[in-house]
Design a protein around this ligand. Structure first.
Ligand SMILES: [Zn+2]
Length: 332
């Protein structure tokens, strides 16, 4: 996909195009944003624009020799590090000699460095030196997820901060990408991807069936509903994801109970079940159960924890809670 296919990147892209046209192109950029927001697409489009021999008004031409070599990852004046494996000290050494070379194509040299937030101190300091001593014609494009970045490194770069797009923008884009998928599923994927659209798209392809099965089982309030092969496979292979799903489910339920707002994790067909849960479980018990799930999340990190038992216990507690709630309701 191209940068123009991601509407939430368009302002950042226009800014980069303007900087390319100005006489004061910074020698080092730092792109910061969450995983799954399109940083790599943006950076590669910018790399192509900087290397292109005959750029158009808005982008690289896509047809010249430089563009061809860049698309193939073979451009002699471009280097990418940290794309597959973390940036190593050997990479930094190679980079050092690369930036001292004269460009092959009489244009700029461009270096993309991915995962700058994960750099070891030695590598970060070596990179800082290069950023501090800019080489003529070399542009460094540093890319980081939100994490710890050496402040001195940060202060010497032109920062492109890419926030999570507004939920309507992400939702509209995902609906366009997956016209067949129910809005509730798309909402769920965005919820789990904490708003990052590309991450949400990946979830839509991978995990949603497991999530749906788990939510449906929770909505029944019946421990037998968790016996399905799909749920058993889910809790044993991805226990942390399953626990977080329960956690979000409960937090979402709490929102419905306290504020009367619709929950993201449920679709319209489930409204009767959610209304039943809302009616029958007293709020303090939901909060208590959230604490239990939270404790389970912590205990998962302990060695030798029995995942099957842990989930069985939670599912039984959940059933009890739903049943007690129903009794409570019939008494009042
Ligand atoms: Zn070109």
């Amino acid at each position: 996909m191209n940068v123009v296919d991601y509407p939430w990147l368009s302002l950042h892209w226009q800014r980069l195009v303007q900087l390319t046209e100005s006489q004061k192109l910074p020698h080092a950029f730092l792109f910061i944003g969450s995983q799954g927001i399109g940083k790599k697409t943006l950076v590669q489009a910018f790399e192509a624009l900087l290397l292109c021999q005959q750029p158009t008004l808005q982008s690289a031409c896509g047809e010249c020799r430089s563009c061809y070599l860049q698309q193939q990852g073979l451009h002699p004046d471009s280097r990418r590090y940290g794309e597959q494996d973390p940036i190593s000290i050997d990479d930094i050494r190679e980079l050092k000699s690369f930036i001292e070379e004269t460009p092959h194509q009489n244009g700029k040299k461009v270096v993309c460095l991915f995962g700058v937030d994960k750099l070891q101190t030695a590598q970060a300091n070596a990179l800082l030196k290069m950023v501090e001593e800019p080489q003529d014609k070399t542009v460094l494009l540093l890319v980081a997820n939100k994490g710890t970045i050496l402040p001195t490194l940060k202060s010497r770069c032109f920062i492109i901060n890419i926030p999570i797009p507004a939920s309507q923008v992400a939702l509209a884009w995902l609906v366009q990408q997956h016209p067949q998928v129910a809005i509730s599923q798309i909402n769920m994927s965005l919820y789990f991807a904490t708003g990052a659209p590309l991450q949400a798209r990946a979830l839509l392809a991978a995990n949603l069936n497991e999530y749906e099965a788990m939510i449906s089982a929770l909505l029944t309030g019946n421990v037998a509903a968790f016996d399905s092969a799909q749920i058993q496979e889910f809790i044993l292979s991805k226990p942390l994801a399953a626990l977080y799903l329960m956690y979000y489910f409960l937090a979402d339920l709490l929102k419905v109970v306290l504020k009367g707002e619709p929950g993201y994790l449920y679709n319209d067909d489930q409204s009767q079940q959610i209304a039943k849960l809302k009616m029958c479980i007293p709020t303090p018990r939901i909060v208590e159960f959230i604490d239990n799930v939270n404790e389970s999340i912590k205990s998962l990190a302990l060695p030798g924890v029995n995942k099957s038992l842990l989930f069985e216990s939670l599912f039984c507690q959940w059933q009890l809670l739903c049943q007690q709630g129903i009794k409570h309701e019939s008494r009042t």
